[in-house]
Write a protein that binds this ligand. Structure first.
Ligand code: SPD
Length: 369
């Protein structure tokens, strides 16, 4: 939280000003309400939640009352806040772990928000869920045993279940309330839980992986929230080490890896850790998801030592999968061309992560970025 108390006082002071409607004088608008300006008079704006005068702004809120009112700006993307017009708040609640909000947006359908951060919208969820599931699963022949970390909305399960070779889908989600809320408001995603191959474990994934039998999984998919607060552990080396141990030789990890526009250092750190941990290969891929900060999301894709995995040329192409149209739902984003294209990186990203290449890398390992 940056400068929270100071901005809170400023916010309170400005909101306390009496407005003279008739004299034409200009009033200052508190920064937390600027997003509402286009659609509503300043007086209507109430800066006490992420939804201000009909607009939801991501990670951009005031809370508390009076002089205790404080301003939050998520440290993951300081200085910016993506907004969506909210037609209707459908659900607001607080679990043991986080605040859960579901609203109907004007342009992206229903939206799931956790602790002020957009997790998915009905319109563009296909891009994220399809990519994080099929990039790894189409890269290995006949995946059988898969673990999902997080993913309580069920969307990644829905995508994994298209793969008829899969026999077991373990999912470890810490927040049961997320699962329940999604079953109520996002049935097109939570349908993934209905697959009989799914085994749900509600609990801490760090602990779950620590206890997982060595070499159990062909693929592990980490569909986490952003690494602020408790999810911080999910970008640290010990977590990746437990993943590598739980994968079979030549098994694959696909991990949500933020935005190349906003988080180059975090991406560098994650790549660096993964290069030390995964002795097969380490790649970065990305996709367009308009409602995530900066409009893109990345995936860190790694394999353990063993049968080599050529991520760039899928050996298990989706077009050949019999179960690909599971739940009478066509794929909307992923195809084999998108798969290959996802590994093409912009020059600035190549340049910035190239530094890592200068550190000595043992020969015989594939390290492409
Ligand atoms: N910045 C948002 C990243 C969200 C990643 N998790 C999304 C969950 C969808 N299954």
């Amino acid at each position: 939280m940056e400068d929270g108390a100071g901005r809170g006082l400023e916010c309170q002071k400005i909101m306390d000003m009496k407005v003279n409607n008739g004299n034409g004088s200009k009033k200052a608008i508190p920064s937390c309400c600027l997003k509402a300006r286009a659609s509503a008079p300043e007086l209507d704006a109430k800066c006490h939640s992420t939804v201000v005068s009909g607009w939801f702004s991501e990670s951009y809120s005031c809370s508390g009352k009076g002089s205790k009112r404080v301003y939050f700006n998520n440290p993951m993307w300081p200085g910016e806040a993506h907004s969506l017009e909210a037609k209707n708040i459908l659900y607001k609640g607080k679990s043991e772990y986080q605040e859960i909000l579901v609203f109907e947006s004007s342009t992206y359908g229903k939206v799931l928000v956790l602790d002020g951060i957009v997790q998915l919208t009905e319109k563009d969820e296909c891009a994220y869920q399809e990519m994080i599931a099929h990039l790894p699963l189409c890269s290995i022949p006949s995946p059988k045993s898969v673990l999902v970390v997080g993913g309580g909305d069920g969307g990644v399960l829905r995508e994994i279940s298209r793969h008829s070779s899969v026999e077991l889908i373990d999912i470890c989600e810490i927040d049961k309330m997320v699962i329940d809320v999604c079953k109520e408001y996002f049935p097109e995603l939570s349908v993934g839980f209905e697959d009989p191959r799914v085994r749900l474990h509600v609990g801490d994934a760090v602990e779950f992986l620590r206890l997982a039998p060595e070499g159990k999984y062909d693929a592990i998919i980490v569909d986490s929230s952003d690494p602020v607060g408790p999810a911080q552990e999910l970008v640290e080396k010990p977590f990746f080490q437990t993943i590598a141990k739980a994968l079979r030789p030549g098994g694959v990890l696909c991990n949500m890896a933020e935005s190349m526009w906003l988080h180059t250092h975090l991406i560098q750190d994650m790549i660096s850790i993964c290069r030390e941990t995964f002795k097969g290969s380490v790649h970065y891929a990305w996709a367009s998801v308009p409602t995530y900060p900066s409009g893109v999301i990345g995936f860190l894709i790694c394999s353990t030592e063993g049968p080599p995995v050529d991520f760039l040329n899928p050996v298990n192409p989706i077009e050949k999968l019999e179960g690909a149209v599971k739940y009478k739902r066509e794929l909307r984003f992923y195809n084999s061309e998108i798969h290959k294209a996802a590994f093409a990186l912009p020059t600035f990203l190549k340049r910035e992560v190239r530094l890592l290449r200068d550190s000595p890398i043992p020969t015989g390992r594939i390290h492409v970025l």
